[in-house]
Write a protein that binds this ligand. Structure first.
Ligand code: DGJ
Length: 736
């Protein structure tokens, strides 16, 4: 028996090799400190002999469940070779920890990578498994299969239907929270008890999906943002994929992997297929589990390298109507407000007057931009801002020079082109010619114009996406080709930042996020909906990697009207920016907006490094809270929003994550907007305005409240008016 005990950041993963060697995670959860004999006894204590109604060799749940050993749920590997070899039974060949073969007994490590290689000689399949426990306490696991048949004798390829990794969760976790959504409203929560069977969320859209669940969170009954044990599963892949919670006899697990199209993976002898990384995060409450994803991304992202520049995106200001004079005017006004990055959105390239034409022709439109984009980019830089550009490299309009020259570069499964989506088709980036063409076009733009930031869009689901010559499914390879394209651009341009956008939040997953620096969580900037979109996307993505724009008073998606204070307060805990025709602003709005920008610039480091917390989000009548708390708990920021019209006029709000033994000075934004003054409690009325300069705090003004009161007792918050928000800053008083 070989047992490996990995532990990091309060998490233990205990992996045992039983059943002739298929690794089994016998514990994933709270840290355990056990002596070696205890752990061995524990692993062996689970052994059973045959009994009525079960196999004589009862099944032990492994990471890649095998039907051949008596598992009746979905097998980890579903494959066959012309109808045979469909029930593989793997034997262990090697088991290593960080490259060193592991011996009998218990091996301990603070994190590290476990790799197992297994083989089935009859089915002629080699299986590789890798399990990391990262320094953040996050599990990453993936599987790979190789066709080991002899090239001279094996005429039939090994066809892979599914390869999914199972991460076990204790059965006392009894509720699941996951998400659905649509264009303009991503990440709508749904929560229910776990029942026997599979609860599967499969995306077949060829991109992660606007309705994709993002994560599946499973927890003990009543778990909340800060309470209960929670296990979060996530598949880090931007193509078709599966998140499943599977409950069977005595077992519960999260199963994740790529969702393959018929015949998509057919391995010739010697070829192999690797599934995506499947992630698991355990923690106290949703926020405890989410924090591990945040630190994982913060270690990798370019967004952690320097303060997040306040951004102006011109999409909702001008849409396709590109006029150089207007765009320079917007840039000048943005710079005056304190904006630091200016992003030119869709509409700049050849033939792009609306969404019907031009995708694929990545040179500036000669009518709108006779001198190209360099003059605008230079003017933007002269105003002290960086220049960013929108692109949609994977797409092609049939009405484009590229489609006319290379109709054979459009994905299709048969003679007919797939139905259009927003008048567009998908370019086959798996073809070297198409790949090189797009790479050269993007590379050229970056160099010629001096682009420091790309907003990388993807505005359609993939339908019948086959390789044009053969018609065979192309989603898997297309997804990997996009990764290669981004990786190569980043290699060539080490400072380039990239935003992942797909009609809003249609491509949010750790596959894309490991190679991009922020996402566009939604096309809806309506703060009423946006608060939840940010909160729930924030289970995976840290706040500074979520674009968070203040748009016009009338939401372009919902038509709702909101005041500027509410729009700014909701956008604050993110990567703050503007997406609005700021030529419309009167002097008061200009002052309000520039004050918010100054506040953001003052507090952005805390937003980009703090630990995310939340409260109230599952109670429709309660105010909802999103916050970030400094690692040393010396300060915190909370956005509190009022519920839609509530039977209460006042509600207690707690501020999670603060140090109970310290005291905090309070400053607040917009305390005059919560309704009639007699409804507004003194702490809110008397707190100084949250400033961009920190004056109130420096001068020692404002109430000081004990951390224990704030975190455990809470303060009353007015709920008289719906759609109001405050940003509350709490700074620990020196010496407390
Ligand atoms: C969809 C994006 O989500 C928008 O922000 C904008 O970039 C449009 N595409 C442009 O076509």
């Amino acid at each position: 028996m070989r047992v490996i005990h990995l532990s990091a950041e309060g998490v233990s993963v205990v992996i045992a090799t039983t059943n002739d060697g298929m690794p089994e995670i016998v514990h994933w959860g709270a840290a355990v400190t056990s002596a070696e004999p205890d752990l061995l006894t524990f692993v062996e204590a689970e052994n059973r002999t045959g009994m009525v109604g079960d196999s004589d060799v009862p099944y032990r749940a492994s990471m890649l469940p095998e039907h051949s050993r008596g598992w009746f749920g979905a097998p980890g590997l579903s494959a066959h070779r012309g109808g045979s070899g469909w029930a593989p039974r793997f034997a262990l060949r090697s088991l290593a920890l960080d490259g060193e073969e592991v011996g009998a007994g218990v091996t301990y490590a603070d994190g590290g990578r476990v790799s197992a290689v297994l083989h089935d000689a009859y089915a002629e399949i080699e299986l590789g498994l890798e399990i990391d426990l990262t320094s953040d306490g996050l599990i990453r696991a993936r599987a790979r299969v190789r066709n080991t048949a002899d090239a001279d004798t094996a005429a039939v390829p090994l066809e892979i239907h599914a390869l999914a990794v199972a991460l076990p969760i204790p059965t006392w976790a009894q509720e699941v929270l996951d998400f659905t959504g649509r264009w303009g409203h991503e990440r709508i929560p749904q929560r229910h008890p776990i029942v026997r069977g599979d609860h599967s969320r499969i995306s077949r859209r060829g991109r992660t999906g606007l309705d994709a669940t993002l994560v599946q969170a499973v927890g003990t009954p009543g778990f909340s943002a800060s309470t209960g044990e929670v296990w979060i599963g996530h598949v880090g892949f931007s193509g078709n994929h599966e998140h499943t919670i599977e409950r069977t006899d005595g077992r519960l697990h999260f199963r994740g992997g790529e969702s393959l199209l018929p015949g998509e993976i057919r391995l010739a002898p010697g070829e192999e297929y690797s599934g995506p990384w499947v992630f698991g995060s355990y923690g106290c409450g949703l926020d405890g589990a989410a924090a591990r994803f945040h630190s994982y991304l913060r270690e990798r992202s370019r967004s952690s390298r320097r303060p997040r520049p306040v951004t102006m995106n011109v999409w909702e200001a001008v849409y396709f109507d590109h006029d150089h004079r207007v765009l320079v005017d917007l840039a000048a006004r943005a710079a005056e407000l304190g904006v630091e990055r200016y992003v030119l959105d869709d509409g700049w390239f050849r033939g792009r007057n609306d969404d019907r034409a031009g995708l694929g022709d990545w040179t500036p439109d000669p009518v709108a931009w006779p001198a190209g984009l360099r003059p605008l980019a230079d003017e933007v830089r002269a105003l002290g801002m960086e220049f960013g550009l929108w692109v949609e490299p994977e797409m092609i309009n049939e009405d484009s020079d590229l489609a006319r020259e290379h109709p054979e570069w459009i994905l299709r499964a048969g003679p007919e082109l797939p139905p259009r989506y927003r008048f567009q088709q998908v370019l086959d980036l798996t073809q070297p010619g198409a790949f090189d063409h797009i790479l050269a076009a993007l590379d050229g733009l970056i160099d010629d114009i001096g682009v420091s930031y790309l907003k990388w869009d993807h505005n359609r689901d993939l339908i019948a996406a086959g390789h044009p010559r053969s018609g065979t499914p192309a989603v898997h390879e297309q997804t990997l080709a996009v990764y290669r394209l981004i990786d190569e651009l980043r290699r060539r341009h080490p400072d380039l930042e990239i935003e992942s956008c797909a009609s809003g939040g249609g491509r949010v997953d750790l596959g894309i996020l490991e190679r991009t620096d922020r996402i566009h969580p939604s096309d809806s900037h309506d703060p009423h909906d946006r608060f939840g979109i940010l909160r729930w996307t924030g289970l995976l993505v840290p706040p500074e990697m979520m674009g968070s724009h203040v748009a016009s008073p009338v939401s372009s998606v919902t038509g709702r009207i909101h005041d500027l204070q509410f729009r700014c307060a909701v956008a604050f805990l993110g990567h703050f920016g503007i997406e609005w025709d700021i030529r419309d602003l009167d002097a008061t709005d200009r002052r309000i907006l520039s004050d918010w920008i100054a506040r953001y610039r003052r507090h952005r480091e805390l937003i980009a490094t703090g630990r995310t917390v939340g409260a109230g989000e599952l109670d429709a009548t309660s105010p909802q809270v999103r916050g970030v708390v400094a690692a040393d708990r010396s300060e915190a920021l909370f956005t509190i929003v009022t519920p839609t019209t509530s039977p209460d006029t006042i509600a207690r709000v707690r501020f999670p994550g603060l140090a109970a033994d310290r005291s905090y000075r309070v400053s607040v934004s917009g305390s005059d907007s919560f309704g009639p003054p007699w409804q507004v409690p003194a702490w809110l009325r008397e707190s100084p305005a949250l400033g961009g300069d920190g004056d109130g705090e420096r001068e020692g003004r404002g109430p000081v409240i004990a951390g224990a009161v704030l975190a455990r007792v809470g303060l009353d918050f007015p709920t008289f008016h719906p759609d109001r928000a405050a940003v509350v800053h709490l700074a620990a008083v020196v010496g407390s």
